[in-house]
Design a protein around this ligand. Structure first.
Ligand code: K1U
Ligand code: ZN
Length: 173
């Protein structure tokens, strides 16, 4: 297994739209294992392939307390979203040190392939629902800060650019 490098906002590669995975083969299995290792090492609950500069529709997640229940979604497709939405505090491994509120659907239904290439239907609420919506945005080239006001977003951009120049993580805006 290998630790992968996570792209940081405002890197323009984060705005690439991912293409479907065509075959769930050994290459994808290795990528899944490496993405899970990278996510666990970074203390995240999710990671989209976009964040490691692979532009294919692949997400790994683990919202379990024991960090021992990985969930892999390949070619996820949103089937249904509840009309009810709530504001949730979000962070992102590509936007280190920044947390802010984003409105997300409470409940969702998603169809995807699992790591064995089997079709699965997932109904999610709570943190899993928020995490899937956040990661599916990454696959569409969208970063959570794009839901914030232009003023906040520009402040975050400047803070992260400054922090990167100085080789440190930004403080909350
Ligand atoms: O960068 C990422 O896409 C991972 C991200 C996923 C996420 C989960 C939940 C809400 C927003 C984004 C994170 O892992 S953020 C860091 C984190 O560990 C966390 C954030 C919020 C709640 C619980 C955990
Ligand atoms: Zn993210």
């Amino acid at each position: 297994m290998a630790l992968l490098s996570i792209i940081r906002y405002p890197d323009t590669r984060l705005h690439t739209v991912a293409k479907p995975v065509t075959v769930v083969d050994e290459r994808i299995q290795t990528l899944i294992a490496d993405m899970l290792e990278t996510m666990y090492e970074a203390n995240g609950v999710g990671l989209a392939a976009t964040q490691i500069d692979v532009h294919e529709r692949l997400i790994v997640m683990d919202i379990s307390e024991g960090r021992d229940d990985p969930l892999v979604l390949i070619n996820p497709k949103m089937l249904w979203t509840s009309p009810e939405k709530h504001l949730n505090e979000e962070g992102c491994l590509s936007v280190p040190g920044i947390y802010d509120g984003v409105q997300r659907h409470d409940t969702i239904k998603v169809e995807a392939l699992d790591r064995d290439g089997k079709a699965r239907l997932i109904e999610a609420e709570g943190l899993l629902s928020v995490c899937i919506q956040h990661e599916m945005d990454h696959l569409m080239g969208k970063v959570f800060v794009e839901y914030l006001s232009p003023l906040k977003r520009n402040r975050i951009k400047s803070k992260l650019q400054k922090a990167q120049r100085e080789g440190r993580v930004a403080n909350k805006v």
